[in-house]
Design a protein around this ligand. Structure first.
Ligand code: UD1
Length: 417
């Protein structure tokens, strides 16, 4: 049925463990391609994006095993350099395989990723950065071929700190001849995880966690066993739920050091936060304050992936809040769905949303249109008395291993349909 059914309006009480990070595991899986050996990844989330990435790796000759939360990738033999079909076009992060394939075999043919054509969600920065390393790109009928006789280390300055471009340059640079200096690199925690994986496997990278990465290419990489950190966006989603519905929850393993901007915002709204070595305790209820002006920003700012979950909460915070989206266009598609549940949200152009808190949302039939917007509808469903039915559950399953199990642990009345 591809639906989620929620009977909301009750506060949340309980505890749940936070799964491994989607945005960390996907580039690390791509990096495993660079290693002519067996890599073992622990704490991998069982989500559809991981299954698609595995299918892609298999299609080019990797031998993979996914048992529980452990993934083994044997990349000793790569047989193909062409990637197409649903697994590429359905998943934006398949673009990370571009840098990995260039690093490993020097050539790759791909369909444009993420189901978008150039112009809508472009890959121009990826291609420009790789061209500087000696890559030639040929485009034809929705596909492109990238080829490098020899990847050359160089100085690259990104016009914007793109997460995906930073990952691609890193993957190509560890295999390139000479030193690559990447300026204005993204500093998201997932970049740090990728650098740590590569470094443990034998790569030489300096400046990890900062805006300038210096990569000495050409070191032989070896197979390692590596643990994927917990997912900061999943933890943030559940945190927002208790802020919306009220209650007292414990999020085991929540990566609190990566969540500072989200924790700060939650406290401003009225959450009580207690951090321990085991995780994060959030208590909410009573007085809540609006957020007069919140901007999404690159890390360490407030993450764009948390924007829709925050909007669901603000829908019932008394007063007027304003959110400005600065990273992605078209990330306000949830607004129509929240309005169906009674929210009062006004859009100013494509970048600003003004939210006037209402007393309560009401259960309704709504549609998930993308991953984080879908998760935000689950939050709204927990907040709203009556029944909420969310269609297109598969979007949510791209990034949440079992969202109903987790919310049941937190005491919600929720089930798949
Ligand atoms: C990654 C995350 C995503 C998160 C985003 C920002 C993964 C799998 N996805 O996406 O969850 O929301 O970082 O934190 O890790 N852009 C261009 N040209 C390019 C590349 C990007 O114009 O060649 C634009 C994008 O359209 C977007 C902005 O740059 O407007 C940010 O994109 P980027 O940081 O690259 O995000 P992703 O790596 O796609």
């Amino acid at each position: 049925m591809d639906t989620i059914h929620i009977r909301g309006g009750s506060a949340l009480f309980g505890e749940t463990r936070i799964q491994g990070s989607k945005n960390a595991v996907l580039p690390v899986m791509a990096a495993a391609l660079l290693i002519r050996d067996v890599s073992t990844l622990e704490n991998c989330p069982q989500i559809s994006d991981v299954r698609h990435m595995l299918a892609l790796l298999e299609s080019i000759g990797c031998r993979v095993r996914h048992k529980g939360h452990t993934l083994t990738i044997d990349a000793r033999n790569i047989s193909e350099d062409t990637m197409s079909g649903e697994n590429v076009t359905g998943m934006r992060s398949s673009i990370t395989l571009l840098g990995a394939m260039l690093g490993r075999v020097g050539e790759v043919t791909m369909a444009y990723p993420g189901g978008c054509v150039i112009g809508e969600r472009p890959i121009d920065m990826h291609l420009d950065a790789l061209r500087r390393m000696g890559v030639a790109v040929y485009e034809k009928e929705g596909c492109f071929t990238a080829r490098a006789r020899c990847l050359e280390g160089t100085v690259i300055s990104l016009p914007f700190s793109s997460v995906g471009v930073t990952e691609n340059v890193l993957l190509a640079a560890v295999m390139a001849r000479g030193v690559t200096v990447l300026q204005n690199a993204a500093r998201e925690p997932e970049i740090v995880t990728l650098c740590e994986f590569l470094r443990e496997a034998g790569a030489v990278i300096e400046g990890i966690g900062g805006p300038v990465l210096i990569i000495q290419g050409g070191h032989e990489l070896h197979g390692i066993c590596f643990r994927i950190p917990a997912d900061r966006i999943v933890a943030g989603t559940y945190l927002m739920s208790v802020l919306g519905a009220g209650g007292n929850i414990f999020l085991e393993d929540a990566p609190v050091s990566q969540m500072r901007a989200v924790l700060r915002t939650a406290q401003e709204i009225g959450a009580q936060i207690h951090i321990s070595r085991e995780g994060l305790n959030v208590i909410a209820g009573g007085y809540r304050a609006p957020v007069p002006c919140l901007k999404t920003e690159v890390y360490p700012g407030f993450p764009t992936d948390m924007q829709s979950p925050l909007m669901a909460v603000l829908a019932c915070v008394p007063g007027t809040s304003m959110i400005e989206e600065t990273i992605f266009e078209n990330r306000f598609r949830i607004v129509d769905q929240l309005r169906r549940m009674g929210a009062c949200i006004e859009l100013r152009g494509t970048k600003q949303a003004v939210i006037t808190g209402v007393d309560s949302l009401l259960g309704a039939q709504v549609t998930a249109q993308e991953l984080r917007g879908g998760a935000a509808l689950v939050i709204a469903g927990c907040m709203a008395p009556g029944e909420t039915v969310i269609t297109n559950r598969h979007f949510i399953e791209r990034g949440y291993e079992d969202i109903c199990r987790d919310y049941q642990n937190l005491g919600a009345n929720i089930r798949i349909g």
